[in-house]
Design a protein around this ligand. Structure first.
Ligand code: MSP
Length: 650
């Protein structure tokens, strides 16, 4: 049975996601929590292992492959980058990306099930009942409901969709034998599931009685062959849950397995609680393996009052959000506003507000004002020159608040209450802002250099602490912040424990640009359009344009004959475009993050030429290049064969 001794290692997992669709913000949220928690443990000096990956077998994925006209293996292979690219962009730094089609995983599943067979925990019988393919779950019909046509049907209790009646031979796992052991385990490990309310749900489910679990499918070919009977495949959940042990050497490396297993934390949402809190522990008990230490069951990211999900069609693309707002800003927003153990609404307005108030104002402005003022007054090296007791009340209070808050923040992070920890960090920054305003260091710089040094040090000390504390949430931005105050994030020992130490000196460097620029006008415009597309179905007749309206837009092919970067901008390129009879025009275009000047030189593309010219960063733009954008980034619209400059687009 499991031992719950704390160690200096931390092994955290996310669910492995079905590959039938691209990841959305809901998937990003679970994966982000795992990344934040991993980084937090790194800051505490722990050795960490972060696992994520993909669930590639089963009926649902097979169906998606069929619909795409591909062999399932080919289908899943081309889906992998759709996940890894998002994770990479968002700096999700996993240690292993597991795929259930990996050989080592298949071996682990075979080994585990063989063990259950050898121990007499599997038997053959017939399953007659209902199956929900979207949830890949067997459904016991509580009641039959009438559909619109008056026919009686069994709906899935989890997703409310129609289930399919099946009757087939199946291998069953003796789940019912584990009812008492499971209940005993929950009692002895009251912190096994976070939050407690979810543990209570699980307990009442187990108390209501457990039935043996159908553990193989005869009619599903896309899966791992069932040991000793390849006419069956392993039930997709038996296959998927095993990923947590196959990734750490269960089938092939006992040393690694002993080092990492049991997992310290499984992260999941409530939709898959039963699989993780009942079936998985029972499977492990049956195989004499230790149980995971803890499971964090987070709520749903909600959009328009419904769970964000592809089947509902209310998903938000993480790549698009990153383009518009930046990845750290999105990471921060999700960590700050979605309560870790409850549902939370996603709103673009709130995201913008959060960037403006918390990041640009409370954090970014404070850093920039404090550092710029100090450098302007030749204060480039800042250290505490007196003892803490001799500080004036304002400064002393701030440092004492910091020390008290460190305990609160640490406790919340350790309990995976990330949103509370972040909000406490915000409070600290507000306190530092208050000190800055109250003491007016711009006056002190002229009148009292000793106090100017002290106030500056105090504010920097808060920024230094918050930089560390927020690093798990915004790694790139906080590394940037640290560089400005002459530090780096060091992970060799527990830096968290040292944040209350006052022997820290800051070497200031000027900021080249603000840490959190306010969202750009262009993104706002884009969002207005996006908001409309979400409500596409309600498009009314008078929103259509007629052909005359369309022809008001003059679009022609232009050839780019000169291209250069704009010095002060990461996003803009300045182009000179040959538009044939319409002359040569200068165009400023926001494509620099996707194309170098060399890549666009000589390219032909579609340009709108009758937009009113406008100045962008002081340079007049006399036409607009047409592009498209998807999750892989931006792409210029070019004619498919050589076309004369000036040819109309219609
Ligand atoms: N393949 C199974 C999991 C197997 S784990 C051994 C599966 N995959 S899934 O693609 O449907 O992912 C479900 C998980 O994705 C949820 O438990 C949650 O972690 C995450 N989320 C999906 N949509 C979400 C929201 N709208 N909000 C929050 N999390 C979301 O089930």
């Amino acid at each position: 049975m499991p031992t719950n001794t704390p160690t200096n290692k931390f092994y955290v997992t996310t669910p492995i996601y079905y590959v039938n669709a691209k990841p959305h913000i809901g998937h990003l949220y679970s994966t982000l929590l795992a990344d934040v928690i991993t980084r937090w443990n790194k800051l505490k000096g722990k050795e960490t292992f972060f696992l994520t990956g993909l669930d590639e077998h089963g009926q649902k994925v097979h169906q998606a492959a069929k619909e795409a006209g591909m062999h399932p293996q080919q289908f899943v292979d081309q889906m992998v980058p759709k996940f890894t690219k998002v994770w990479e962009r968002y700096r999700i730094e996993y240690d292993k990306f597991i795929r259930t089609t990996d050989n080592e995983h298949k071996k682990a599943v075979t080994k585990l099930i063989q063990k259950l067979i050898n121990k007499g925990k599997i038997y053959k019988s017939t399953y007659s009942g209902f199956y929900c393919t979207p949830c890949e779950t067997f459904v016991t019909p509580q009641e039959k409901k009438k559909n619109k046509k008056g026919e009686k049907e069994v709906l899935c209790p989890s997703c409310q969709r129609k289930t399919k009646e099946i009757s087939e031979e199946s291998y069953f796992f003796r789940l019912s034998e584990y009812q008492q052991d499971l209940l005993k385990f929950y009692t002895e490990n009251p912190n096994f599931i976070q939050p407690k309310s979810r543990l209570n749900e699980v307990i009442s489910f187990v108390k209501s009685g457990l039935k043996d679990l159908s553990f193989s499918r005869q009619s599903v070919s896309w899966g791992i062959p069932f040991p000793e009977d390849p006419t069956h495949t392993v039930y997709v959940w038996g296959d998927a849950l095993t990923n947590y042990i196959s990734a750490v050497g269960y089938s092939n490396n006992q040393e690694i397995f002993n080092k990492w297993w049991p997992a310290d934390l499984h992260i999941l949402a409530k939709d898959i609680l039963r699989f993780h809190a009942v079936y998985w522990p029972a499977m492990l008990m049956a195989a004499d393996l230790p149980l995971p230490r803890r499971e964090l069951v987070h709520g749903y990211v909600i959009m328009d009052e419904k769970k964000m999900s592809k089947s509902i069609g209310n998903v938000v693309d993480p790549q698009m959000l990153a383009d518009l707002y930046g990845t750290d800003q999105v990471r921060y927003y999700l960590a700050r506003t979605i309560p870790t153990t409850q549902d939370g609404s996603f709103s673009l307005g709130e995201l913008e507000e959060c960037i403006k108030s918390d990041l640009a104002n409370n954090l970014g402005n404070l850093l920039s004002r404090c550092v710029t003022l100090a450098i302007k007054n030749n204060l480039k090296t800042v250290s505490l020159k007196q003892s803490l007791d001799s500080l004036d009340t304002d400064c002393k209070n701030l440092i004492e608040t910091l020390n008290a808050q460190l305990v609160v923040i640490k406790n919340n992070m350790d309990q995976q209450l990330i949103h509370i920890a972040v909000s406490e960090i915000c409070k600290l920054l507000s306190e530092a802002n208050a000190l800055f305003h109250k003491t007016q260091p711009w006056k002190l710089a002229k009148e009292n250099s000793e106090r100017f040094n002290l106030v500056t040090w105090c504010v920097l000390k808060i920024l230094y602490a918050c930089g560390h504390l927020l690093w798990p949430v915004m790694p790139t931005k906080m590394e940037g912040l640290m560089a400005v105050i002459g530090h780096t994030i060091k992970l060799d020992t527990s830096v968290i424990d040292k944040l209350s130490c006052n022997e820290v000196t800051f070497l200031l460097n000027p900021l080249s640009e603000s840490l959190f620029p306010k969202p750009e006008e262009s993104s706002k415009k884009y969002l207005t359009n996006q908001d409309k597309t979400v409500k596409q179905d309600q498009q009314s007749e008078n929103e259509f344009i007629n052909i005359e309206d369309f022809f008001k837009v003059k679009m022609v092919i232009g050839k780019i004959i000169k291209a250069e970067k704009l010095e002060k901008s990461k996003k803009l390129l300045k182009l000179e475009v040959d538009l044939g009879p319409h002359g040569i025009r200068q165009v400023v275009s926001g494509i620099a993050e996707y194309y170098t000047p060399e890549e666009v030189l000589g390219k032909s593309a579609a340009f709108v030429i009758n937009l009113k010219p406008r100045k962008i960063m002081g340079i007049e733009s006399q036409a607009m290049i047409m592009c498209t954008k998807d999750s892989d980034g931006l792409c210029i619209l070019s004619p498919s064969k050589k076309t004369d400059p000036g040819s109309p687009v219609s």
